[in-house]
Design a protein around this ligand. Structure first.
Ligand code: PAF
Length: 277
């Protein structure tokens, strides 16, 4: 497994990879969700590149950039047995050298949901992902459905900017009790860990109602809100029942629908979603 950090090293290492190249972009502190993306890439591509970069431009001024968990040694130990060919671990100076001033922005899709709560977040995500695509030149790139809006925004950007690659969105990986895997789960201690199940429970309540025929989106949103309100440690940020592609809030559920939410459990902000229909 080659491990590089500068752009020159990355480009030389990339030239040594043949066949279909799959890229798995990550911010490190890997968990089973990331490993499932790497396994899928490995199953579908001859060569697999994993990038590990905690991207400062996708964190807001009051977000946890300095606190974001980092452990490269641990990440490399997890990646090695999966047969990854190349790990790119650039510094912030490599990605954003002095004088940097170029941004990639997807418009309407980034206005609601996470974008409404975290105004500059997606500009940072699309900029860094475009830079990763340009540098690595993968044939396929793998993202998790857990960040549903991110996946939709990256699909749009890839299409709009004519990147010649396929965006593959992989299912959410959950703990045995339903909690969606996330690097942030490490902050959940004691009663907060149990309270965090409220996201899965609220989504399950909406799913049950949907499966028994409920199609009124406001009723489905209300069902999710009621479950969250019943958990004293949870503070709802948003609950959404939106069209899967446009992410516009629905009145009536007809086609493929994204049920999603962001909830604070103590100080830890969690997101989760189900896709139905
Ligand atoms: O999902 C993530 O970990 C990040 O947003 C990504 C796609 C690696 C960009 O920094």
């Amino acid at each position: 497994m080659m491990i590089v950090s500068s752009l020159d090293e990355l480009r030389s290492a990339r030239l040594l990879l043949d066949g279909t190249v799959g890229l798995v972009p990550t911010m490190g502190y890997l968990h089973e969700g990331h490993l499932s993306l790497i396994r899928r890439a490995k199953a579908e591509c001859k060569s697999v590149v994993v990038s590990i970069f905690v991207n400062p431009t996708q964190f807001g001024p009051n977000e946890d950039l300095a606190k974001y968990p980092r452990d490269l040694e641990r990440d490399l130990k997890l990646i090695e047995p999966l047969g990854v060919d190349l790990v790119w671990n650039p510094t912030a100076e490599v990605m954003y050298p002095n004088g940097y001033q170029t941004w990639v922005e997807v418009e309407a899709l980034t206005k609601g949901l996470e974008g409404a709560m975290r105004p500059s977040h997606f500009r940072g995500v699309t900029t860094v992902v475009a830079k990763l695509f340009n540098a690595v030149q993968p044939h396929k790139a793998y993202f998790g459905q857990k960040d549903a809006q991110q996946a939709a925004v990256i699909r749009r950007m890839t299409q709009d900017l004519n990147f010649p690659l396929e965006v593959v969105v992989c299912p959410i990986v959950r703990e045995a009790d339903g909690l969606a895997m996330s690097s942030r789960n490490k902050y959940l201690e004691g009663d907060d860990r149990k309270a965090a199940l409220v996201l899965f429970q609220a989504l399950s309540a909406a799913k049950e109602a949907y499966e028994t025929g409920e199609r009124d989106a406001e009723t489905l949103r209300r069902k999710m809100k009621e479950v969250i309100a019943a958990e004293p440690r949870a503070q709802m940020q948003y609950v959404s029942c939106a069209d899967y592609d446009s992410l516009e809030e629905l009145e009536t559920v007809t086609g493929k629908t994204l049920f999603s939410m962001a909830v604070l459990i103590g100080k830890t902000r969690l997101i989760d979603n189900f896709v139905l229909g």
